[in-house]
Design a protein around this ligand. Structure first.
Ligand code: ZN
Length: 304
C-alpha cells in the first residue's frame, strides 16, 4: 500500500510571503488537496541571523487569509535541534560524516596546491582534506562523505521531477562533501530538511524551482540515513522586471491579504504562474470557491 499523501510548505521566515513564495504555497496546497492528502507548514528558522522577527506569524496569517490552512499545528525547526543532532550522530557512527577543521582560506590553499581552478559561478568543491582525520586540529564544521553515502552506487543521484522529468547529479564531483553542521554552530539546510521531511512522513515535496538543485544532495542524505525519498515537483519561479527571482533580498513586496478580495487577487496571480485557469466571478468573494475550482483543475493537469 502506498504511503498516505503528506505535503508541506516550508518557508524561511526571512520576511512576509511575496508573490513568488505564494506560488509554492498554493502549488503544494493544491497538490495535497488534489490527492486527498494532508498539508503541513514548517517554519524553517534554523538560521536566526537571516530570520526576521514576527515574520513566521505574518506568514501564517497571510496563508490563513488566502484560505491555505495547515492540517496540523505548524512546527518550527528551531525547536528540533535534537533530531538533527541524532541524524548527524548516526551518519558519523556509520563513517558517513566527519569533522572538518578547515577555514575558507585553508580550502582555497588546498585547491590551489592541487591545481584546481575554481569556476567563477560555482562554489569551491571541498577537496576532502579532513577525510583522513584532523591531525589534532579542532573540528569547525561537519561534512558528509559524499563518495560513500550511496554505498556501492558511487555518487551519482538519478531522480525524476514530476514536472521537469529525469534529473541527475554527480554529487562528489559537482558538489563534494557538503556541510551538515556549520562552523558557526548552525545546522545546514540540507540536513534539517531531510530529517524533517522523513520525521513528518512527507510523501510529496512541492516547492520552487530555485530549490531543485538541492534535491540530489537531499536524496543522498536520505539514502545515507536509510530514509525514504519523497516525490518531488518543482514549480515555476516568479521573476522580477530584471529577470531575477523574486526574493526578500531583492526587495520583493509582501503580498497584500488585508481583505478577502486582495487575498483572492494575490491567489489569482499565483494561479496564473501555475497555468491554472482564470476564475470568473465576483472579485469580492473569499478565496474558498476559487481554491476548490483550482483543485479540480490541478487534479486534471496532474492526471494527464
Ligand atoms: Zn577540512
Amino acid at each position: 500500500m502506498p504511503a498516505p499523501y503528506i505535503g508541506r510548505f516550508a518557508p524561511s521566515p526571512t520576511g512576509p510571503l511575496h508573490a513568488g513564495s505564494l506560488v509554492a504555497a498554493l502549488a503544494s496546497w493544491l497538490d495535497a488537496r488534489a490527492h486527498g492528502g494532508r498539508w503541513l507548514v514548517r517554519i524553517e528558522d534554523i538560521d536566526p541571523p537571516r530570520c526576521s522577527p514576527g515574520a513566521d506569524q505574518q506568514i501564517l496569517r497571510q496563508l490563513a487569509d488566502c484560505g491555505l490552512l495547515p492540517d496540523e499545528t505548524p512546527v518550527w525547526q528551531s525547536a528540533r535541534h535534537a533530531l538533527y543532532r541524532a541524524a548527524l550522530d548516526r551518519l558519523s557512527d556509520r563513517g558517513l560524516a566527519y569533522g572538518c577543521a578547515c577555514t575558507r582560506k585553508d580550502i582555497e590553499q588546498a585547491l590551489l596546491a592541487a591545481g584546481i581552478q575554481r569556476t567563477r559561478h560555482h562554489a569551491a568543491v571541498y577537496p576532502g582534506t579532513c577525510r583522513a582525520g584532523l591531525n589534532g586540529r579542532a573540528a569547525r564544521a561537519w561534512r558528509v562523505r559524499s563518495d560513500l553515502a550511496l554505498g556501492q552506487g558511487g555518487g551519482v543521484v538519478n531522480w525524476r521531477d514530476r514536472a521537469l522529468g529525469p534529473q541527475s547529479q554527480d554529487v562528489p564531483q559537482e558538489v563534494g562533501d557538503f556541510v551538515l553542521l556549520r562552523a558557526d554552530g548552525l545546522w545546514a539546510y540540507q540536513l534539517a530538511v531531510v530529517v524533517d521531511d522523513a520525521e513528518q512522513g512527507v510523501s510529496d515535496v512541492v516547492r520552487g524551482a530555485d530549490l531543485c538543485d538541492n534535491t540530489a544532495r537531499q536524496i543522498l542524505l536520505q539514502q545515507a540515513l536509510g530514509l525514504p525519498t519523497p516525490r518531488y515537483l518543482h514549480t515555476p519561479l516568479v521573476l522580477d522586471a530584471r529577470g531575477e527571482k523574486l526574493s526578500k533580498q531583492h526587495g520583493a513586496p509582501a503580498i497584500d491579504t488585508s481583505s478577502p478580495e486582495r487575498a483572492l487577487a494575490a491567489l489569482r496571480q499565483a494561479a496564473a504562474v501555475l497555468d491554472l485557469p482564470a476564475i470568473d466571478g465576483a472579485p469580492t468573494e473569499p478565496p474558498g470557491r476559487a481554491l476548490a475550482s483550482w483543485t479540480r483543475a490541478w487534479q486534471a493537469i496532474q492526471s494527464r
